[in-house]
Write a protein that binds this ligand. Sequence first.
Ligand code: AMP
Length: 115
Amino acid sequence: MADTIFSKIIKREIPADIVYENDSVLAFRDINPQAPVHILIIPKVEIPKVTEIEGKKHAQLLGELFDAANKLAKEMKIDKDGFRLVFNCGDNAGQEVYHLHMHLLGGRKMTWPPG
Ligand code: AMP
């Protein structure tokens, strides 16, 4: 499979504003932020999209993505007012990068439904 831009960020082949890392996840600021806080949290293993998640196999990893989101939300002081977590899956959702990522968005009032 061809490397995505996110696997290049994991391998430090291209730069990113990394805000958190552990053995299995990496988090960095979105290059085109849609809110005052806009961070992408990704697994280091390649899972192209939500439909390729297997609950039993990836349960621990998914837990770590959410742990990272909560930790970062606290650090960025958006945990009290609230924030949004988004996974875009496929064309209709506007997924651009086919390496699983969770968007952590906060720091402003959000609207619903999303566009
Ligand atoms: P999605 O539409 O859910 O696939 O989101 C992909 C996100 O990746 C978009 O919000 C882009 O702004 C962001 N993005 C693309 N390239 C980079 C990059 N090199 N560094 C940080 N964020 C990026």
